[in-house]
Design a protein around this ligand. Structure first.
Ligand code: DP6
Length: 366
């Protein structure tokens, strides 16, 4: 599929000042994205639950510059200031500057504006919860709000598609943070409309067993990750198991698609946990090898297995690229599993912190 459709036409319209605020969620992958090629093209398709409570709220104030475009465009410099939780954050600027560089071909109007960005997360800073997915999708939504003022013919469908496309250029998993409750990113033969370029809503009717699914995030280690996702993705190049892994992930997505439709929750538990452990197995077997799980990650996994066995429960876990554990369970088990977490799992969390979340519907304009 061509990327040309995402290049905004230069508009003769001039908007002096506009401010937009978006709240966009984090997401948790069920089939994992691990391995990519340039420019942010995934080696396999992935699928995630969109979250509800873990989100980023971002406001961008756009002011049209006097004698604007040519100078900044020639210098290839986008003019912006960044405030995080009320404070100016110079150290966050390079990542956002890199994002603007990657999207400027598709949003050439950004050279015409001075942007003041205010951003805050609903979850504790450096909790190990990936803020890049929610953070970059929020900026992408703000850009699309401006673009839709410059070109009023854009449809909601296109706006979401392009927002996901732009967010992906910042961080792959951010492409899955525009819509909900389930988003597929990456071309997959059994998922109609799926693409490597942007995320799409899971196109089939989902069984009621998976409605309002619950996710409690246990903050096992809130420290800076020793190995960034970007580095981890790169280690999948020349990884001895890479090709098998990519094939397996695509196969798993085909299987999960059926499970989500037929409500086979036992098969869901098995597939989701296996995906999480396989992701970490890729880390254990790359060169250089690394371990992101901590002793308490394993304690929690064992406790979940014990509880599941003893209570004939459907609770399960998944992991992202870190030590935190996402505890997933159906709405029907909300009360009992939350009691189990409050009584038995909280002690493995750093500063006893964990976050109750559930599946959400995606970006919201505020
Ligand atoms: C393990 O999206 O953070 O969470 O594209 O380099 O920004 P970049 O990577 P990122 O990788 C996410 C990896 C993962 C699995 C997933 O979310 O699918």
């Amino acid at each position: 599929m061509s990327t040309k459709q995402f290049i905004a036409e230069i508009s003769s319209k001039k908007i002096e000042k506009a401010t937009f605020t978006w709240q966009t969620p984090s997401n948790i992958a069920l089939v994992k994205y691990w391995g990519k090629t340039n420019p942010q093209i995934p080696k396999n398709a992935s699928i995630s639950f969109t979250l509800n409570n873990c989100n980023t709220k971002t406001t961008i104030e756009f002011t049209h510059k006097q004698n604007s475009n040519n100078v900044s465009e020639l210098e290839n410099k986008v003019d912006f200031d960044l405030f995080f939780e009320g404070k100016k954050k110079e150290e966050f600027k390079p990542k956002i500057a890199e994002f603007f560089k990657r999207v400027q071909l598709y949003c050439p109007y950004i050279f015409d504006y001075q942007m003041i960005i205010h951003s805050e997360n609903s979850f504790p800073h450096s909790s190990g919860i990936a803020s890049s997915a929610s953070g970059l999708s929020a900026i992408a939504m703000c850009l699309m709000s401006l673009e839709s003022k410059l070109n009023t013919s854009l449809t909601k469908e296109f706006i979401n598609k392009k927002a996901s496309f732009l967010a992906r250029l910042g961080s792959g998993s951010a492409s899955r943070s525009v819509e909900g409750p389930l988003v597929v990113w990456g071309n997959h033969p059994e998922i109609e409309g799926s693409s490597d370029l942007f995320g799409i809503k899971f196109p089939h009717k989902v069984h009621s067993a998976f409605q309002n699914y619950q996710d409690t995030i246990l903050l096992v280690d809130k420290g800076e990750k020793q190995v960034s996702s970007t580095l981890g993705h790169n280690l999948m190049q020349n990884h001895p198991f890479a090709e098998n892994r990519f094939a397996q992930a695509n196969e798993n997505l085909g299987k999960l698609s059926k499970i989500l439709q037929n409500g086979n929750i036992k098969a869901f538990v098995n597939l989701v946990e296996s995906e999480a452990l396989t992701l970490h197995a890729m880390m254990l077997t790359s060169q250089p090898y690394f371990i992101l799980m901590k002793p308490n990650t394993l304690e929690i996994i064992n406790k979940i297995w014990e509880y599941r066995q003893e209570n004939n429960s459907n609770v399960c876990f998944t992991l992202d690229a870190g030590a935190n554990v996402h505890v997933l369970y159906p709405f029907s088990e909300k009360e009992s599993v939350q009691q189990f977490i409050d009584k038995k799992l909280y002690k493995y969390c750093q500063k006893k912190q964990y976050i109750y979340d559930s599946v959400g519907l995606g970006a919201k304009s505020l």
